[in-house]
Ligand binder design. Structure first.
Ligand SMILES: [Zn+2]
Length: 99
């Protein structure tokens, strides 16, 4: 089971802003490369948007609020990834790496 993260108002604001950016750019999921359903409320369906952390918060909590560490992801992809580094051998579609 994934541990619950600390969720603060500051983080929720950052998350909302990040969602708005993804919506504007129609940014795909960084884990599977597929379009994200921005019409759905974030975090409500498998295809809806979730803010993923490139460096997991469990690895470096100081990066939780760093927008440079934010990635657009499907809720389900974020859940499947958990707190692990992205796996390269899942056989998913082409992915975009942001470095
Ligand atoms: Zn995805």
């Amino acid at each position: 089971m994934a541990k619950a993260r600390v969720s603060t108002r500051a983080f929720q604001k950052a998350r909302d802003r990040f969602f708005a950016e993804g919506l504007k750019d129609d940014a795909p999921c960084w884990l599977c490369g597929q379009p994200i359903d921005y019409a759905a409320q974030p975090g409500t369906t498998d295809d809806s948007h979730e803010l993923d952390h490139y460096v997991p918060v469990s690895v470096d909590p100081s990066l939780q609020y760093d927008p440079g560490n934010f990635r657009h992801a499907h809720r389900v992809c974020n859940i499947l990834r958990g707190a692990s580094p992205p796996k390269l051998s899942l056989g998913l579609h082409s992915r975009r790496w942001y470095t």
